[in-house]
Write a protein that binds this ligand. Structure first.
Ligand SMILES: Cc1cc2nc3c(=O)[nH]c(=O)nc-3n(C[C@H](O)[C@H](O)[C@H](O)COP(=O)(O)OP(=O)(O)OC[C@H]3O[C@@H](n4cnc5c(N)ncnc54)[C@H](O)[C@@H]3O)c2cc1C
Length: 300
C-alpha cells in the first residue's frame, strides 16, 4: 500500500509533522534511527511546559501519543535511499524493505562536527556547549569561554556575556577589528589570543583550556561553534538545492517547506539552521500541514 507520507527522521520536527497528518487520518510511516541531535545532554531546557525534562522523554511521550492513531506506523530503521518522484516515491530502509509514499518529509536533523581539539567531544552537551539558552542558566554564572571558529563569534560572545564572565578564545580563527573590540569591551568580554591545544579537567569540575606555549585558562563551561551538517546522503543523491546558514549548509525550501524536488519536503534543523526543539517542532507542524494540503490541492 502507498503511504500518504513517509517521514525520514522521527525527532522533534518529524514527529510534529506526523501528528498533523495523523489527525487528518492520513497514512504515515515514520522511519527513525533514534539519535536526536541533543542526545548528548541529559535534560532539555527552554521548552514551554517541559523545562528541564530529558529530551528522550519528550520524544517517547510523542511516540506513545502517535501510536494511538491507527494510520501511523513507526519503524526504528534507517532510510538509506530515496527513489521515484511525487506521488510515487520509494524509500529503501536498512532492513531491506521499500516503502511507497506519495510525499516524503526529510527531518533527519544535524550532525555536529566539533573542532578537533582533544577533550571537547567527551564533554559535549555537558560542559562543552553551543546554546546558552539551552544550558547557560544551569551553569550559574562564573568564568565562561567561547572558542571562536568564524567571525560570528563576536556576536555570540557579546550575547553569552549575559550568562557569565566571558573570555573569547580567538584560537587563530578570527582577528577582532576595532568595532568588535569596542563591542566586546562594552559587554565586559575578555579576548585571549593563541591556539587552543586541549581541554582538560575532571568530571564536575571547571575546565582547563590549554594553550600553545603552556599557559591555561579555567572556565566553568566552554561554548563552541560546531559545524552542523545535514544527516543522510539523500539530499545530495537527489541533487537538492542547499543554502548557507550561519552554522553550515541547510536544505533550501519554499515557504511551505517543499524542497527543490516536487513532493519532497524538509523540516527542522536541516531547513532552519540555528534552531531548538520549539522551532524544530513548529517547523514540523508547518511542513506536515503544507504536505497535507498538497495531497488535496494540486497548486501546492
Ligand atoms: C548538545 C545539545 C543540547 C541541546 N539542548 C537543547 C535544549 O535544551 N533545548 C532546546 O530547545 N534545544 C536543544 N538543542 C537543539 C535541539 O536538539 C534541536 O534543535 C532539535 O533536536 C532539532 O530537531 P529535528 O527534529 O530537526 O532533529 P533531531 O531532533 O536531531 O531528530 C532527527 C532524527 O532523525 C533520525 N535520522 C537521521 N537520519 C535518519 C535516516 N536516514 N533514517 C531514519 N532516521 C534518521 C535521527 O536518529 C533523529 O532521531 C540541543 C542541541 C544539542 C546539540
Amino acid at each position: 500500500m502507498t503511504e500518504d507520507a513517509v517521514i525520514i527522521g522521527g525527532g522533534f520536527a518529524g514527529l510534529s509533522a506526523a501528528m498533523q497528518l495523523a489527525r487528518a487520518r492520513r497514512r504515515v510511516t515514520i522511519l527513525d534511527t533514534g539519535a536526536p541531535r541533543n542526545r548528548f545532554a541529559s535534560h532539555s531546557h527552554g521548552v514551554l511546559a517541559m523545562d528541564g525534562r530529558p529530551g528522550a522523554d519528550i520524544l517517547a511521550t510523542a511516540r506513545a501519543q502517535l501510536a494511538t492513531y491507527d494510520t501511523v506506523t513507526f519503524r526504528p530503521v534507517e532510510a538509506t535511499k530515496l527513489d521515484g518522484d511525487i506521488d510515487a516515491f520509494r524509500v529503501a530502509t536498512s532492513d531491506g524493505e521499500e516503502i511507497a509514499g506519495r510525499r516524503v518529509l526529510l527531518a533527519t536533523g544535524f550532525e555536529d562536527v566539533l573542532p578537533t581539539i582533544p577533550g571537547l567531544s567527551e564533554r559535549w552537551g555537558r560542559t562543552v556547549l553551543h546554546c546558552p539558552y539551552c544550558h547557560g542558566y544551569e551553569i550559574d554564572r562564573g568564568p565562561l569561554g567561547l572558542l571562536a571558529r568564524t567571525a560570528d563569534a563576536i556576536r555570540l560572545a557579546a550575547i553569552i556575556a549575559d550568562w557569565g564572565d566571558v573570555t573569547l578564545f580567538t584560537n587563530e580563527a578570527i582577528e577582532p577589528d576595532a568595532a568588535a573590540i569596542a563591542l566586546l569591551e562594552q559587554r565586559g568580554v575578555n579576548i585571549r589570543s593563541g591556539r587552543v591545544l586541549a581541554v582538560d579537567g575532571r568530571e564536575g569540575e571547571p575546565l582547563s583550556v590549554q594553550f600553545d606555549g603552556g599557559s591555561a585558562a579555567v572556565v566553568k563551561a566552554l561554548f563552541v561553534m560546531p559545524e552542523s551538517r545535514v544527516r543522510s546522503a539523500i539530499p545530495h543523491e537527489r541533487d537538492l538545492a542547499f543554502r548557507e546558514s550561519p552554522i553550515g549548509q541547510i536544505i533550501a525550501t519554499d515557504e511551505g517547506r517543499q524542497t527543490s524536488l516536487p513532493g519532497l519536503y524538509a523540516a527542522g534543523d536541516i531547513a532552519l539552521g540555528p534552531a531548538n526543539i520549539t522551532f524544530a517542532s513548529a517547523d514540523g507542524v508547518k511542513a506536515g500541514v503544507m504536505l497535507h494540503h498538497s495531497l488535496i490541492l494540486p497548486a501546492h
